[in-house]
Design a protein around this ligand. Structure first.
Ligand SMILES: [Ca+2]
Length: 261
């Protein structure tokens, strides 16, 4: 507990310390800066800190920047400054030549800068001082994408405690069936080129515009990869537009073609 800067009090022109990967929580101050106070012309740098559950009686329960004897500037990135308490301005406060220039930082009151968010960081159990991030936290991979990666090889998280995604499989996007036809319009023979992501049973059926089946071209087992089928239009089919429908157990894809006699 202090008059200002219950957790950290950084003071003095020319002072420019770096604070990285700190949990600053549970501190109180009588005046400003429950968690972190920068004062009197210092320029501290905050990187990947979690500053939460701090409080003070005036402004800036989380962090406060006050200049007075020169510009005070708190800069840095990838921090969480959230869930602090004060009479006003609970998370951060600037006063009298004091500035806060944080990027990629989570705070309920939006900070100016790049990549900042205001969402709840979704800690695991803040009531019991567990400030790890739950799997659906918006702070995961929300840090500076151009900066150093987390130890699990993903984009840096915000805050002091990154969420280890090792072993979490990212589902691959489902590969789609592709169908190209040529030439179109056609006179009698139409080449149907199918790209099939995995071997499967499927059918290729031709419909007229009234939804009637006019020809069944294939109903068979297709190998994965590129398959080409030639459709010879029956002689009794007149000129017009027809629909090719390629259908599997779980998917279907359609193309229209124009027959010219
Ligand atoms: Ca990450």
């Amino acid at each position: 507990m202090g008059c200002g800067g219950g957790g950290v009090h950084c003071h003095g022109s020319g002072s420019s310390p770096t604070f990285a990967y700190n949990l600053i929580y549970g501190n109180t101050a009588e005046d400003e800066g429950g968690g972190f106070l920068a004062y009197g012309g210092c320029t501290p740098i905050l990187i990947n800190n979690t500053i939460t559950e701090n409080s003070c009686n005036l402004d800036g329960g989380g962090i406060t920047s006050i200049g007075v004897y020169g510009n005070t500037d708190i800069s840095g990135y990838n921090n969480i400054v959230y869930g602090n308490q004060a009479n006003t301005n609970p998370d951060w406060y600037t006063y009298w030549n004091g500035y806060i220039n944080l990027d990629y930082t989570c705070s309920a009151n939006m900070l100016s800068g790049t990549g900042n968010i205001t969402d709840d960081p979704i800690f695991v159990d803040p009531g019991n001082w567990d400030f790890n991030l739950q799997a659906d936290s918006p702070c995961i991979d929300a840090g500076d994408p151009t900066g150093p990666l987390d130890p699990d090889g993903t984009i840096a998280d915000m805050g002091a405690l990154y969420n280890d995604q090792t072993g979490i499989e990212v589902p691959e996007p489902e590969q789609q069936i592709g169908m190209d036809i040529s030439p179109n319009p056609f006179k009698s023979a139409l080449a149907v080129n199918l790209s099939i992501p995995e071997a499967m049973n499927a059918s290729l059926t031709i419909y007229d515009l009234n939804g009637r089946v006019v020809d069944m071209v294939a109903d068979e087992f297709f190998q994965a990869g590129n398959n080409t089928i030639e459709w010879i239009a029956p002689e009794n089919l007149s000129s017009g537009c027809y629909i090719l429908r390629f259908e599997t157990l779980s998917n279907c894809i359609s193309k229209s073609c124009v027959l010219i006699r």
